[in-house]
Ligand binder design. Structure first.
Ligand code: AMP
Ligand code: MG
Length: 423
């Protein structure tokens, strides 16, 4: 039975339970569209791709030089060869090469039938006789050298890429090598983003005496756009139940997901949860992690039984980024058609003792390095308060201390999540 977070009640959930519940609650992937290859970078492939051709199409020269059938009995030292023609890249010899003959060939040109070996130009010297060339150190030549076989990269009919692959530059190159000018990808997700809080002030405005500049809307927009989402920036919401209710409901009309930050705790000015319950339902909101509490996940109801996933992230800027990376990112990736995504993880030795507590997952901001022996080490960036965003700026990874661990001693292994595509 799948775990639905709408049956979890008020219990504190572990990070793993939360991930499982969120996976079960993820809406199916969005619709697909055909785009030109040049504009597909960062998109998620919607179909499996088979190769319609051999890549490369022909067995061809990997070097400039001469192509020939390499004889069985090579004298060693200098060897004289008759050159019977030229094959430049883009042309091909239609006749078969006679035994003992050679053609001058350039890199990428198809090997003539009968040839199996390319000797590079650097090993060739003029013999003084027209159309005759000397191969130096013929004992060093190996039959089949400097030749790229037809289909050695991808053979015709071979499975080249799987649906659900996020397209990086190398994927575009590979699709182009198969001759595809267009590709079917999932359409981009539209994500509505709000900040909340009477003290939260838009950058560019003067800072009121009790104000704080709106940080989260900008880090969230950066994260979302790097993930290929279209951001609907809905500004800052005041700490007011009615305006939140109305704004969240309106946002759900135009977005595939709604994300807010702040106002999700149990203080007097925290209206996100009541607003959500008025227009949808609250799923989970207590997760055993630090930073990252409180975080609310739920769904906003639309007419026709449609629901839009909602994340109410914490207010503190580090907590916003950490919870986005751990929970919002996997859900968005699934909705974009990328299945089974996991953050990349490495193991490093702790360069200092690290504080944690059993029963919760701690995410410290870390800097990992490699020593002369190739061993990874990680230290924290210093102060770890969830409002200290400079810790994210200084970091190149999150140090993930599992909930079974009370503390990490210096010199012991610890898991790190290196910053990747988004950070
Ligand atoms: P809250 O959960 O609304 O009580 O917010 C927790 C802390 O995060 C408070 O100190 C807020 O001022 C701060 N905070 C909330 N939203 C933002 C934001 N958009 N940018 C920067 N700080 C924020
Ligand atoms: Mg607030």
């Amino acid at each position: 039975m799948t775990l639905s977070c709408f049956e979890l009640g008020e219990r504190m959930l572990s990070v793993d339970e939360t991930l499982e519940a969120l996976a079960a609650m993820t809406p199916p992937p969005v619709t697909t569209r055909r785009v030109s290859l040049a504009s597909a970078c960062g998109g998620v492939l919607a179909v499996d791709v088979m190769s319609p051709i051999d890549v490369p199409q022909n067995t061809n020269a990997a070097m400039d030089g001469i192509a020939l059938a390499w004889p069985d009995d090579v004298p060693g030292g200098d060897m004289r060869v008759d050159v019977v023609g030229d094959v430049l890249a883009g042309t091909r010899l239609t006749t078969s090469l006679a035994l003992g003959g050679a053609v001058r060939i350039t890199t990428g040109a198809p090997l003539p039938a009968g040839a199996d070996t390319v000797v590079m130009s650097e090993q060739l010297v003029d013999s003084g006789i027209p159309d005759r060339i000397r191969v130096e150190h013929s004992e060093r030549v190996r039959r089949g050298q400097n030749v790229r076989q037809a289909g050695e990269d991808i053979a015709r009919g071979e499975h080249a890429l799987s649906a659900g692959t996020r397209l990086r530059p190398q994927h575009l190159g590979l699709l182009a090598s198969l001759g595809y000018a267009e590709v079917e990808i999932f359409r981009s997700l539209r994500v509505a983003v709000f900040s909340t809080g009477d003290e939260v002030t838009a950058p560019g405005e003067s800072l009121p005496p009790a104000g704080i500049y709106d940080t989260n809307r900008f880090s969230l927009q950066g994260l979302l756009s790097r993930l290929g989402c279209e951001v609907i920036d809905l500004g800052i919401l005041q700490d007011n139940l009615d305006s939140m209710r109305v704004s969240l409901a309106a946002a759900a009309h135009e977005a595939d997901m709604v994300v807010t930050s702040g106002g999700v705790s149990v203080g007097q000015a925290d209206w996100v949860k009541p607003a959500l319950t008025a227009i949808g339902e609250l799923g989970l909101w207590r997760i055993a992690m630090r930073p990252g509490r409180p975080l609310a996940f739920g769904r906003i109801h639309q007419t026709g039984g449609v629901t839009v996933p909602f994340f109410g992230l914490p207010g503190n800027p580090v907590a916003v980024m950490v919870t986005f990376l751990q929970f919002v990112q996997p859900m968005l990736r699934r909705m974009q058609g990328e299945h089974d995504w996991q953050p990349s993880r490495l193991t490093a030795l702790a360069g200092e003792p690290l504080k944690s507590r059993e029963g919760r997952v701690d995410y410290h901001r870390g800097i990992y390095t490699s020593d002369d022996a190739g061993q990874l080490w990680v230290r924290t960036t210093g102060r770890q308060g969830s409002g200290i965003l400079s810790s994210m700026v200084a970091a190149n990874c999150l140090i993930e201390i599992g909930d079974g661990c009370a503390a990490v001693e210096a010199g012991t292994p610890v898991t790190i999540q290196p910053f990747g595509d988004l950070t």
